[in-house]
Each structure stands twice: as C-alpha cells, then as structure tokens.
Design a binder for this molecule. Structure first.
Ligand SMILES: C[S@@+](CC[C@H](N)C(=O)[O-])C[C@H]1O[C@@H](n2cnc3c(N)ncnc32)[C@H](O)[C@@H]1O
Length: 206
C-alpha cells in the first residue's frame, strides 16, 4: 500500500491539517493515537508542535518500520509507541487516548463500524477522535487544487473509489456511536470526516 510518490506530493498538507486539529481541539499534552499511519506524517507533525505522546497504530509492520525511521530522522523528543494491530480489535485498555486521528485509512477497513466503536472505546471521557479523509481547511486554494488533482489521479491509477458523503454518513451511522458529527473540509473540497466524542460521566466533570 505504501506509494511514496503520492505521500511526497501530499507532504505540504500534513502540517496544516495538524495545525487545524491542534487549533480545533486545543491539543498540547496527553496521548494522541494515529491510526493507519502510512509513513507516519500526521503523528510526526503532531510531535513537532505539541508535547503529546504519539502512539502509531497500523496493521502493516512495513508502515510502522518506515514511521519509526522517519521519526528517528526528526529532531523531536516526544514519547512514542508503535503498535502493530487491526483498528477493528485494538489491543489497548478502555479510556486510553486524549486524541485519536485517522486519515485515509477507514476506506480499507473491512468492518468500519467495528473500527469506529473501538476508537470510541479507547477514547478517554472528554476525549475526541477525528476519522476520515481529506486535506483539511487550512490549505491555500492553489495548493488545494494541486493536491486534489494529485489525489484524483492517484485514485484513477489505483482504480480505487471513495464513498460519497451520503455513503460515508451511512457507514458511520452503523457504528451507533453515542456522540458524533460529520463534517467536510468546506464547500470547495471533498473531505469527509467524523468527529467522535466520549462524554464525561457526571461524576467526572470538573
Ligand atoms: C492510505 S494510508 C494513509 C496513511 C496516512 N494516514 C496518511 O494520511 O498519509 C492507509 C493506512 O491504513 C492502514 N490500514 C489499513 N487497514 C487497517 C486496519 N484495519 N487497521 C489498521 N490500519 C490499517 C494501512 O496499512 C495504511 O498504512
């Protein structure tokens, strides 16, 4: 699945998407999990601008090895962990993560609703997860047009399709999550994301 060409074209997008997550959810410390990591750029960008511990989880050991290599080449000292597992059976306790992100991976899960429920299970009460695909809201228009064209071309070459927004909504609905919202990257883009929250019990509220 690793096509380094496609990832290098997308490279300028990762820091902007991470900045969006940091701004939207006020992230600075705690545990962040990156699920379906590819070469690890999302989690690695998160390490650059926060003090979060980054847990990289992927079904492919090859992806994790590459992520580890990319992490070692970077000048950051965040705590990190690498977990070789299927998102549909995450080997972690309940209430583990403050933030979970997964970009461009859900399209490959055989039972996405199971993966989404697992993500909700390992979220800490008060935590938030963002799962889906897209480029985020922070790209300048010229970059967005260029990267969208590259994504489209990549899908065509690999003979892959992505679900429509309606199909994505139906996929998420199947998970029966207690608290979620679907959002896009904005009017001009085809990004599709689900934000999943785990509510605090009333006894846990500050
Ligand atoms: C297209 S890549 C996305 C990489 C990265 N998140 C990004 O945005 O550049 C999809 C990744 O999801 C992983 N993946 C696919 N199915 C998975 C599963 N069931 N559980 C965990 N990871 C999975 C693949 O091994 C691959 O690393």
């Amino acid at each position: 699945m690793l096509k380094s060409d496609n990832y290098s074209k997308l490279q300028p997008m990762y820091p902007l998407l991470i900045q969006q997550f940091v701004d939207d959810y006020n992230l600075s410390k705690g545990i962040a999990v990156d699920i379906g990591v590819g070469p690890g750029w999302l989690g690695l960008e998160m390490a650059k601008i926060t003090n979060m511990k980054i847990v990289f989880l992927d079904i492919s050991q090859e992806s994790l090895d590459l992520t580890k290599k990319n992490f070692q080449a970077m000048d950051v000292d965040n705590e990190v962990d690498f977990i070789n597992a299927d998102v549909q059976a995450i080997p972690m306790d309940d209430n583990f993560a403050d933030f979970i992100m997964s970009r461009g991976s859900i399209w490959f899960w055989t039972e996405p609703e199971k993966g989404l429920r697992e993500i909700h299970r390992i979220l800490k009460p008060g935590g938030v997860a963002v799962v889906g695909g897209g480029l985020g809201r922070y790209l300048p228009e010229t970059m967005r047009n260029r990267l969208q064209a590259a994504l489209k071309q990549g899908l065509k070459e690999r003979k892959e399709k992505r679900p429509s927004l309606e199909e994505f909504e139906a996929m998420v609905k199947k998970a029966e999550l207690p608290d979620y919202r679907i959002f896009t990257d904005g009017d001009t883009s085809s990004g599709k994301w689900v934000e999943i929250r785990k509510m605090k019990q009333s006894s846990e509220e500050e």
